[in-house]
Design a protein around this ligand. Structure first.
Ligand code: AMP
Length: 397
């Protein structure tokens, strides 16, 4: 079975064609600048040069048509015809409080995705355009929506409700949803499998640390808590997102700087995080580590604040689950930044966590990095959201 995975943004569209026989990626690519001048498609097939098409892409519909042309192209294609694609899996940001798991797309599903436009104003409209473009280009083919919020829908009310007047929950479903859900679902499941954790011993903390960062606690693959909230702004200190701040900060700065709440949210999303703490040096941890190593105090502060918040969150989840059977690191930082992993895990030495310094040198591949006598087993486990979407698509299509 071959599954096309689509991640549609407002002006971009990423895709992968995955052969589910062996879960190999046959081709992948990116359409950029959809609806803007200078649009282009970059199509990659393992073992071949990149195939680049520069052509107007006024709509997502046109983008999908170009993707299908590339996939069947005699020179750069990987299938003889579109008929060989069995189903399409779509990353959809927000399923609101309606969908607790992935679902095959029908008119009701599209209505809910539309109803969630105000909860995911940047992503949901684009995700829906991606679905409708696939429906038009490949009529009759199963489309599956995989929601980034689904994993967080497993939380108990005491974990997802904000302690604010009930009417806001009743009227608007203001609650913690959690994001990176597909990654947390995939990595917690892979950790259980990779570590061979027996039933009853499947308490897993996943640290998804990248440009956007979040941490989840789950038991047997079911979420118990997760650090992001109504939007991906809550929780950890991130690349350019502030993470948790006292909401009064918003009012204070808006009043004193005479800016709108919208402006303030842009600042909290795009100009904060380690980028801000480092004095606008960089949001990239490689730059920050290099600067800190050569004595840059602001870069050091940014790294310290990041690690501090991760430690507080992991510690909180250890309490919530009465311990853990495994901790997994994933995302660009989690998979590659050995020094950051070491400093975070060192704080749990009191609880008997011990990393093996040699094993902790691993980058970007699944590995157990704790010592055999560590009280909690620690892993690096690369995330693969596209594969998670493809597996969900096979399950439902
Ligand atoms: P992501 O958003 O998951 O792609 O992660 C991006 C982040 O991973 C970037 O901010 C980089 O700082 C970080 N990253 C990637 N490779 C490394 C590395 N070798 N060492 C430290 N950080 C890394």
């Amino acid at each position: 079975m071959k599954v096309l995975v689509i991640n549609a943004g407002s002006s971009s569209l990423k895709y992968q064609l995955i052969d589910m026989e062996d879960e190999s990626v046959k081709a992948k690519g990116l359409c950029e600048r959809i609806g803007i001048d200078g649009s282009r498609l970059t199509h990659k097939v393992p073992g071949k040069d990149d195939y680049v098409v520069e052509e107007d892409m006024p709509t997502h519909q046109k983008a999908i048509e170009m993707v299908l042309d590339a996939l069947v192209s005699p020179e750069y294609g990987v299938v003889a015809s579109v008929d060989e694609i069995d189903a399409v899996g779509h990353r959809v940001l927000h399923g609101g409080s309606t969908y607790t798991e992935s679902i095959k797309v029908n008119d009701d599903v599209k209505r809910v995705i539309r109803e969630c436009f105000d909860l995911g104003p940047l992503h949901n409209p684009a995700n829906l355009m991606g679905i409708e473009a696939c429906e038009a280009a490949m009529p009759g083919k199963a489309n599956v929506a995989v929601f980034d919020t689904a994993f967080g829908m497993g939380l108990e009310p005491y974990a997802y409700r904000y302690a604010i007047p009930e009417e806001y929950y009743d009227k608007y479903k203001i609650r913690r949803y959690g994001f990176h859900g597909t990654s947390h679902m995939f990595v917690s499941g892979e950790t259980i499998r990779f570590a061979n954790l027996p039933e009853g011993h499947q308490r897993v903390i996943v640290c998804h640390l990248g440009n956007g960062s979040s941490i989840s606690a789950s038991v047997g693959g079911r979420a118990v808590d997760t650090s992001m909230g109504l939007t991906p702004l809550e929780g950890l200190v991130m690349g350019t997102r502030s993470g948790d701040v006292d909401p009064a900060v918003v009012q204070f700065i808006c009043d004193h700087e005479n800016i709108s709440v919208d402006d303030m949210l842009t600042i909290l999303n795009k100009k904060s995080g380690v980028y801000a703490l480092s004095g606008n040096l960089s949001s990239d941890f490689r730059d920050l580590s290099a600067a800190a190593d050569s004595g840059n105090e602001k870069a050091q502060l940014a790294l310290d604040a990041f690690a501090h918040k991760v430690v507080k969150t992991v510690g909180g989840y250890l309490g919530v689950m009465n311990g853990a059977d495994a901790i997994a690191f994933t995302g660009g930082i989690g998979e590659n930044d050995c020094a950051m992993r070491e400093r975070i895990m060192k704080q749990f030495g009191f609880a008997g966590v011990k990393l093996d310094p040699e094993k902790n040198k691993v980058r970007g591949k699944a590995c157990e990095i704790s010592t055999p006598d560590s009280a909690i087993r620690v892993f690096v486990l690369p995330t693969n959201e596209e594969l998670a979407i493809a597996r969900e698509t096979v399950r439902l299509a």
